[in-house]
Design a protein around this ligand. Structure first.
Ligand code: RFL
Ligand code: PHB
Length: 389
């Protein structure tokens, strides 16, 4: 088979890129290792920045997002006694939309047939070849047969563990990494949220986040040491811990219910640079990971894909190589700012095991400052709604 762009991975990055390229009349094929149902079963991000909403609008795939997404004008930082409200609307004129990654993925998947976007699920042993030249190709196994796709570009949208980034020869790129000493234990339940806005809490017992997917579906997290085993966390234990960490006001409004999903996700900050090598372009988690504290992972995938689609359109329309050459620097400039924000909010809102009284005093001082300074709140708000693309 021959196509213009072979996209590896049918997560949000791969599907969004595929739709954006199809909208430009560019031929592409998406290869996904898992089944569509498996991709939809992964419970991940829940907060959309303006860029992600705009891309769905531009594609005309925002009907359900408009109808079911919950616009949030503010969110809260809790530190034991007080709740510091960050009023994004008042401070920046912007807002975020609460709409699950699962729903975005479903909307993108459902639109594939009508938009002529081919997605090949259960593609095994995907391998990239000749990425340094102008005629790369991808091989994979499907229904027991070896297949080959020749293309002009390969887009590695295959997440942190995929083969995309690994196809770049050793020594070409540089990795920047910080691994955190805890993970987030998440619980999803069909119960009304305890608050109409998100609450990020820094409590002596650890971090907690009260989030939601809808008026009737809640998503909560607590941080746990990486040594914790999920089997040791019954639903009751998670609800008890949330009530303690979120504080008495929120606890009074928590409705408990059986978990629909429960998992522990490790926290990591990671950047691979450059995000392009030869004919291979990396987008989303394949090039970078943020800790979930700033709700940036999915949104960064969206901004990468926006830049990549622009560059590929310029190439196929006008044989403009400059846009392709500029992609990595353009994407990384935004990636680093989101990395900084996610890292700083993680440092502010978690109790690190290695921290002593000095580090704790710094957290208290920073939270005091944020509580009293419109400038500090504006900085947080403009980062949370998403920096301009
Ligand atoms: P994805 O979503 O990981 O999609 C990559 C796709 O590539 C496929 N793939 C392959 N396909 C073919 N051949 C191979 N060899 C392949 N290897 C992998 C995978 O099956 C998959 O379908 O990356 P993408 O598209 O870049 O999207 C990024 C977002 O998914 C990610 O940034 C966020 O979900 C991060 N994240 C969270 N972000 C938030 O903002 N808030 C959250 O609460 C949140 N929770 C999470 C998360 C990421 C998690 N991961 C990656 C472990 C929870 C988890 C568990
Ligand atoms: C979520 O709802 O899953 C969520 C919300 C905000 C975050 C991380 C996760 O910062």
């Amino acid at each position: 088979m021959k196509t213009q762009v072979c996209i590896i991975g049918a997560g949000p990055a791969g599907l969004l890129l595929g739709h954006l390229l199809r909208a430009e009349g560019i031929d592409c094929v998406v290869l996904e290792r898992q089944t569509g149902d498996y991709v939809l079963s992964r419970i991940r991000a829940g907060v959309l920045e303006t860029i992600t909403v705009e891309l769905m609008e531009r594609l005309g795939l925002d009907a359900r997002l408009k109808a079911e997404g919950l616009p949030h004008d503010g969110f809260n930082l809790a530190d034991g006694e007080r709740l510091i409200r960050i009023d994004m609307q008042e401070l920046t004129g912007g807002h975020v939309v609460v709409y699950g990654q699962t729903e975005i993925t479903r909307d993108l998947m459902d639109a594939c047939p009508e938009r002529g976007l081919d997605v090949i699920y259960e593609a095994a042993e995907v391998a990239l070849h000749e990425v340094e030249g102008e005629a790369p190709y991808v091989t994979y196994r499907k229904d027991g047969r070896e297949q080959r796709i020749d293309c002009r570009f390969i887009a590695g949208c295959d997440g942190f563990h995929g083969p995309g980034r690994k196809a770049i020869p050793a020594g070409v790129g540089k990795e920047y990494e910080r691994v955190y000493p805890f993970g987030w234990l998440g619980i999803l339940a069909d119960v009304p949220p305890c608050n109409h806005e998100l609450i990020y809490a820094n409590h002596a017992r650890g971090f907690a986040l009260a989030s939601m997917r809808s008026q009737t579906r809640s998503r909560y997290y607590v941080d746990v040491p990486l040594t914790e085993r999920l089997e040791d966390w019954s639903d009751e234990r998670v609800w008890d811990e949330l009530a303690l960490r979120l504080g008495p006001d929120a606890a009074a409004h928590i409705t408990r219910g059986p978990s629909l999903e429960k998992s522990i996700a490790p926290l990591r900050s990671y950047v691979f640079a450059p995000m392009r090598h030869g004919s291979l372009i990396l987008c989303g988690d394949s090039a970078h990971i943020v800790p979930p504290t700033g709700a940036k992972g999915l949104n960064l995938a969206a901004s990468d894909v926006h830049y990549a689609a622009q560059a590929l359109a310029a190439y196929f329309r006008r044989s403009d190589n400059d846009a392709i050459a500029a992609y990595s620097d353009k994407a990384l400039a935004r990636v680093w700012k989101s990395e900084r924000f996610s890292w700083s909010l993680t440092k502010l809102m978690h109790r690190f095991p290695e921290d002593g009284p000095f580090e704790r005093a710094m957290q208290v001082a920073e939270l005091d400052y944020i509580a009293s300074s419109r400038a500090a709140q504006t900085t947080i708000a403009e980062n949370y709604i998403g920096l301009p693309v």
